[in-house]
Design a protein around this ligand. Structure first.
Ligand code: UDP
Length: 331
């Protein structure tokens, strides 16, 4: 019994690899290294540099390692990039996922955990959102992920195959043991922008809009610590291996904070003023995106441990510092 992790060299996937190793599970990784890092995967883990759409490479990995479950993180995740390159996103996220699912069916792999996204809800008319809230993605990124959810649903109906699709809310923070974190310098997420500003890598961070209809005028998001998100994947793996039915689950804490509240938390935790600049609204930002995540707790038995913005900030900062030292040492 072995787990194949696609995208295991990336931010979230690398945390999954570490968690599986911590749990004594046999794991192998497939990643094309377009945005991931080889160094993010421990040396002792079998690593295959290939695309998830490469059926021969995926089949060989499945057969050689006795894979019974695939955890599928690989994909493109930058919303504005998906608007300018929709076909690239449909290829990388949808077409390649179709190939991966087909390879699983052909090789007899019965379990898949898929990284979906709250972006499938688009700009929801209600908040918080349940898994039954209508899915109306407003970007090719969200649509590419929703199409994969549909392929999984239809494949599970037609074949001896089960899946769990996890709809991630705003993933942030880093491994509390300091072994991995968000390493992509191109990442534009709020916590990343705040950490880069705190460390002086950026001169300031922009607040994208202060005129939203929220408690302080800035957008509200449900930030979830990456290790808790991984906890949901481990719970989903146990659930599927135990014969659980296919399903879709929100992954968030069920409460959100505003951009200004996140800045306050960073200033309080780091005891440092953050240089901020007001900017226009960013296209496509919903004012509020918060989950109802009870289903994952009830059905998967998921128990979050890091529902605390301060812990998110502390771990993200520690990782950003370590990353900066690593980059300085390499130069
Ligand atoms: N945000 C911001 N400045 C930044 C990055 C993000 O004000 O430099 C805001 C963004 O407008 C949104 C929230 O922070 O309201 C979360 O954005 P992020 O890009 O982290 O995640 P998203 O919700 O877009 O997936």
């Amino acid at each position: 019994m072995s787990v194949l992790v696609t995208g295991g060299a990336g931010y979230i996937g690398s945390h999954m690899v570490l968690a599986l190793m911590d749990a004594g599970q046999d794991v192998c990784v497939i990643d094309n290294l377009t945005t991931g890092y080889r160094w993010a995967i421990p040396q002792e883990v079998t690593f295959i540099e290939a695309d998830v759409g490469d059926e021969a490479a995926v089949s060989a990995a499945i057969e050689q390692h006795g894979v019974d479950a695939v955890v599928h993180f690989a994909g493109s995740i930058v919303v504005p990039e998906s608007v300018s390159d929709p076909l690239g996103y449909y290829h990388n996220n949808t077409v390649n996922s179709r190939s991966l699912i087909e390879t699983c069916v052909k090789t007899g792999v019965k379990n898949m955990i898929f990284s979906s996204t709250a972006a499938v809800y688009g700009t929801p008319e209600v908040s918080p959102v349940t898994e039954a809230t209508p899915t109306e993605p407003i970007s090719p990124y969200g649509a590419s992920k929703l199409m994969t959810e549909w392929m999984l649903r239809d494949t599970a109906f037609a074949h001896d195959f089960n899946y769990v699709a996890l709809r991630y809310f705003n993933v942030a923070g880093a491994d509390p043991k300091g072994r991995s974190g968000q390493s992509n310098p191109a990442a534009t997420h709020l916590l990343k922008a705040l950490m880069r500003t705190a460390l002086g890598i950026s001169d300031h961070m922009k607040i994208f809009g202060r005129d939203y209809d929220t408690r302080d005028g800035t957008c509200i998001r449900d930030y979830i610590h990456v290790s808790d998100l991984i906890g949901a994947h481990l719970a989903a793996l146990k659930y599927l291996r135990g014969g659980g039915e296919s399903g879709i689950f929100n992954c968030g804490y069920g409460h959100g904070c505003t951009v200004l509240e996140a800045i306050d938390a960073v200033e309080r935790v780091l005891q440092q003023k953050i240089n901020v600049v007001d900017a226009d609204r960013r296209a496509g930002d919903p004012p509020e995106l918060v989950s109802v995540a009870d289903k994952a707790r009830k059905v998967l038995g998921w128990t979050p441990q890091y529902d605390n913005l301060d812990v998110i900030v502390q771990t993200a900062y520690a990782w950003e510092q370590a990353l900066t030292a690593r980059i300085d040492a390499a130069e």
